[in-house]
Ligand binder design. Structure first.
Ligand code: MN
Length: 187
């Protein structure tokens, strides 16, 4: 069951998150959700095989090529999670506020399924805030670590920025869906 891990972690009588189900395969959406949980992070999600493959990026994406952002691989999420904005109650899994920070479509460079399986995914993003080429690369993990660590890295192209340019996370903190910031959604 594709979403078993997702459902096991959540109590759907208490959280407003969607229960969801596996969708049709063939779609290519992506979404990044800004999640003000115990620790602020950005959830990076790529649609593959009817689910959203997901990584939690503690520092968020960087447009500066060579800035490697740790992306912890987490459980697959249902496709309808991609439109979720709201507040998960304290005490529930992931308690805190979620906004849709960016969304659009993605295109694998080469074979996306193979790249994902072998831990090296090259792709383009077509979002409102993020574009151009990106890389997700799995790094070797120690036997006792339960979760896989990946790195999210911007490719060097016209969509890249230098360290002297504004940080996209500060420049565009708002939801792409509603224009709201975290503090406007927080209950
Ligand atoms: Mn999260």
């Amino acid at each position: 069951m594709a979403l078993e891990a997702y459902r096991k972690k959540r109590n759907f009588t208490d959280t407003p998150e969607p229960k969801g189900r596996k969708g049709r395969s063939g779609g290519n959406s992506f979404v990044i959700q800004k999640h003000d949980a115990r620790q602020l992070h950005y959830d990076f999600r790529l649609e593959m095989d009817g689910v959203l493959k997901s990584w939690a990026v503690a520092k968020g994406p960087s447009l500066v090529p060579g800035e490697k952002r740790l992306a912890v691989h987490v459980e697959d999420h249902p496709l309808d999670y991609g439109t979720f904005e709201g507040t998960i109650p304290k005490g529930e899994y992931g308690g805190g506020t979620v906004i849709v920070w960016d969304r659009g479509s993605w295109t694998p460079i080469g074979d996306g399924a193979k790249g994902y399986a072998k831990g090296h995914l090259d792709f383009e993003l077509h979002g409102e805030k993020l574009g151009g080429r990106w890389h997700l690369v799995r790094i070797a993990h120690k036997p006792r670590e339960k979760r896989e660590n990946w790195l999210l890295i911007k490719g060097d192209d016209e969509a890249a920025r230098s360290e002297r340019d504004p940080d996209i996370l500060e420049e565009r903190p708002e939801s792409i869906a509603t224009g709201r910031e975290i503090k406007d959604v927080e209950g």
